[in-house]
Design a protein around this ligand. Structure first.
Ligand SMILES: C[S@@+](CC[C@H](N)C(=O)[O-])C[C@H]1O[C@@H](n2cnc3c(N)ncnc32)[C@H](O)[C@@H]1O
Length: 223
């Protein structure tokens, strides 16, 4: 199947889902809502990785840039996160997230922050054990700079949509492989490429891209 400028191996997608955790009842409702609204949440395959990262990092605090109605947060909470800070500038999405997470019995471990995530993060000193970057692709590099010193040693920053989504991935690839210039009029592609470049060359981080869901870039801060 071709999705944007990427080929998606459907049998691999099915395999990852079939071998990963099932949705809880509330997550299944969230997924059905996302499907009905064509809302781009991380999906079940990537969600399972978020759960794993929270567990591996023994996460006390998770900060999300772009939470929608709380689907990705629900995976961090399943992974034992003590607290998830959800940020969302669409108040209706955030209110729906509060409803879903209340139904799931998880809302007490959530902080719901309405408004621009880039402003919200300035009010938090950290430390963050896991950060999810899943808002405007043009602002991914800015998000990395906002949290790189607030991440705890051993903490993780994970960015969604690095292989699939609104950016042109063939342009990102040509840029990273051969230094081709990025399209001047496409700030989502430029933001994605610059983010990947920054995390890959940041001395204090080890980074790998996991080709799961829409592509997760995972960077761990050295201890
Ligand atoms: C891809 S969706 C997030 C999905 C969510 N992480 C999940 O997997 O369930 C991106 C969301 O980020 C929100 N958003 C984009 N830029 C934002 C910003 N600067 N501050 C707060 N929310 C933002 C959008 O309204 C949208 O709901």
């Amino acid at each position: 199947m071709i999705d944007g400028d990427q080929t998606v191996d459907e049998s691999l997608v099915r395999f990852v889902r079939a071998t990963g955790p099932d949705h809880t009842d509330v997550q299944a409702e969230m997924a059905a809502h996302a499907e009905a609204e064509s809302f781009p949440n991380v999906g079940r395959g990537a969600g399972a990785v978020l759960q794993l990262l929270a567990r591996l990092a023994d996460a006390e605090t998770v900060f999300e840039f772009g939470s929608g109605f709380g689907y990705s947060a629900s995976w961090f909470l399943r992974g034992g996160a003590g607290r998830v800070v959800l940020t969302e500038f669409d108040e209706d999405e955030l209110a729906l997230g509060r409803e879903f997470l209340t139904d799931a019995g998880l809302a007490e471990r959530c902080v719901f922050e309405s408004g621009d995530a880039m402003e919200t993060v300035e009010r938090y000193g950290g430390p963050f054990d896991v950060v999810l970057v899943d808002h405007q692709k043009s602002r991914y590099p800015e998000a990395f700079e906002a949290v790189r010193r607030k991440l705890s040693p051993g903490g993780v920053i994970v960015a969604d949509n690095v292989t699939r989504g609104p950016a042109s991935f063939s342009a990102v690839l040509d840029h990273l492989e051969s230094g081709e210039p990025l399209p001047a009029d496409d700030d989502q592609t430029a933001g994605t490429a610059e983010y990947l470049d920054r995390v890959r060359t940041a001395d204090e981080f080890d980074t790998a891209v996991l080709p799961v869901g829409s592509g997760l870039s995972v960077s761990v801060k050295r201890r």
